[in-house]
Design a protein around this ligand. Structure first.
Ligand code: AHR
Length: 500
């Protein structure tokens, strides 16, 4: 059996964990909203049309914040279209996804859904086809208590209390040619600065997220972050990062190594933020919002075919990746990477919540179920609260097509306020178990140890409506007497150590 070692010390802390790293994303895209969270007429719909079966899965996922309403969608969105009486709301063409948006769900409905889901909202404003004034208006509408035109309109539309949205995205992926209103880094930096300034003047309790380059691979990457931050550094709190991975060539070891790329991406963007900080002689630190991350590739071909057949539909089945077990392993590795960068990553949103590259799937008129990737996210969000500890890992390494020195075992560890420790670990070896010795030097003894494992012999196994429990975490026996733990081949492990 392979061997690995993990050393943890309670005084070696990376950072307190911001719970918003377990965030998610609801975009007006495909079936995320319509027939996802909202389906009036469904047997499980509540009085407002929200699916209760979906709400239950969302609540169990423990999602502290949800980004809304886009994504690419937001760059053509007029938020005023989706307020007031539903029968008067216009249907609009959404150029981002070539669909028709009925505007039945807007900020009022989404705020009500968020309350039911025990979550908060991260709201993105349109800085593609619109500008700082519109961004200021929506902050006033959402957060001002009353006595002004926009806030009184909110009250007239049924919401006496402000929505009190604390976190605001300044547009979406503004360097992408696919974006409505694409901008250069300088153009975007100027607009983001003016919008953020006016939004914060309206409500000084809010935080803002500037758009980073839309991916590590973009030709604009790096230069974009540096140039735009030079323009808006003082008025923004976070820079966004977006990252998706896929396994189109069926090279699982290489796919599972791609969390190393995420680590490099995070560290590089943090370095650029600090370079701007240095250049400006600033004392303020801008942190990171990884507000789109996931596996995304299964549905690419299907989406192209669908758009050729049926443009301008509503609730089309777009980006409906069916996730398998190896995807859950990479999601676990991405969560480990986020936790190990908890000093800089303060917000992270898996993209997206329901149906669209999502942990939760639904059938219109039918059931709702958890995909494979639901489980590592749910376990991390539930147990990964507190402080992220610095894990010293000794593990064998291997090379893949795109990565060198990939550790067989990767792990993160979290200590809660009572001194209980949770270790999240992935064994990347597809064939061999690993014996993991844990040296917990300064912790003393623990009363109980629980070891939950997510594993399937077939890395391509999926959960479906008929077989929702194919890939599910299960407990394995674990001892307290100093024996090493066994991480089964190809597994996501959650090891919980409870204090005496
Ligand atoms: O999450 C799907 C899409 O991916 C988002 O709309 C966009 O921001 C990104 O390119």
């Amino acid at each position: 059996m392979r061997k690995a070692k993990l050393i943890l010390d309670k005084d070696y802390v990376i950072s307190p964990i911001d719970k918003r790293i377990y965030g998610n994303f609801v975009e007006h895209l495909g079936r995320c909203v319509y027939t996802g969270i909202y389906e009036p007429g469904h047997p499980q719909a509540d009085a407002e049309g929200f699916r209760k079966d979906v709400l239950e899965l969302v609540k169990r996922l423990n999602v502290p914040i949800v980004r809304y309403p886009g994504g690419n969608y937001v760059s053509g969105f007029r938020w005023e279209d989706a307020i007031g009486p539903k029968e008067k709301r216009p249907k609009r063409l959404d150029l981002a996804w070539k669909t028709t948006e009925p505007n039945e769900v807007g900020i009022h409905e989404f705020a009500s859904w968020a309350k039911k889901a025990n979550t908060s909202i991260m709201y993105s404003v349109n800085l593609g086809t619109r500008g700082p004034a519109d961004a200021q208006h929506i902050v006033e509408y959402a957060n001002h208590k009353g006595g002004s035109d926009w806030s009184d309109l909110r009250i007239k539309n049924g919401a006496k209390d402000p929505f009190d949205i604390k976190l605001w995205c300044l547009g979406n992926e503004m360097d992408g040619p696919w974006q409505m209103g694409q901008k250069t880094a300088y153009e975007y930096g100027r607009i983001a600065n003016e919008a953020a300034k006016m939004m914060k003047w309206t409500d000084d309790s809010i935080e803002t997220v500037a758009c980073g380059s839309s991916s590590f691979q973009m030709p604009t990457f790096g230069e974009w972050e540096y140039t735009m931050l030079n323009e808006c550094y003082d008025n923004v709190d976070y820079v966004s990062l977006h990252r998706y991975y896929g396994n189109p060539h069926n090279d699982t070891p290489d796919f599972l190594a791609s969390s190393m790329d995420l680590d490099a991406f995070i560290r590089t963007v943090a370095a650029i933020c600090d370079a701007v900080k240095g250049r400006k002689h600033s004392k303020k630190q801008v942190n990171l919002s990884l507000d789109e991350w996931n596996v995304w590739y299964h549905s690419h071909q299907q989406d192209q075919d669908l758009h050729q057949r049926e443009p301008w539909g509503t609730a089309l089945p777009l980006l409906e990746d069916v996730y398998n077990f190896e995807d859950a392993l990479l999601v676990g590795l991405m969560l480990i990477t986020i936790l190990k960068n908890a000093d800089r990553v303060k917000v992270a949103c898996m993209a997206q919540l329901v149906n669209v590259i999502a942990p939760i799937m639904t059938r219109p008129g039918g059931g709702a179920w958890a995909q494979t990737i639901y489980w590592p996210l749910m376990q991390a969000s539930t147990l990964g609260r507190g402080r992220s500890l610095l894990p010293q890992i000794t593990s064998e390494k291997f090379d893949t097509k795109h990565y060198a020195d990939v550790p067989v075992v990767d792990a993160a560890a979290v200590m809660d306020d009572d001194g209980n420790v949770t270790i999240f670990a992935v064994n990347r070896d597809l064939m061999e178990d690993v014996e993991l010795t844990c040296d917990l030097r300064s912790f003393g003894s623990f009363r109980q140890i629980n070891h939950s494992v997510l594993h399937h012999d077939d890395v391509k196994a999926t959960n479906t409506e008929d077989h929702p429990d194919t890939v599910l975490p299960h407990e394995i026996p674990a001892k307290l007497d100093g024996n090493p733990l066994v991480l089964p081949a190809a597994s996501w492990n959650v090891i919980r150590l409870t204090r005496e």
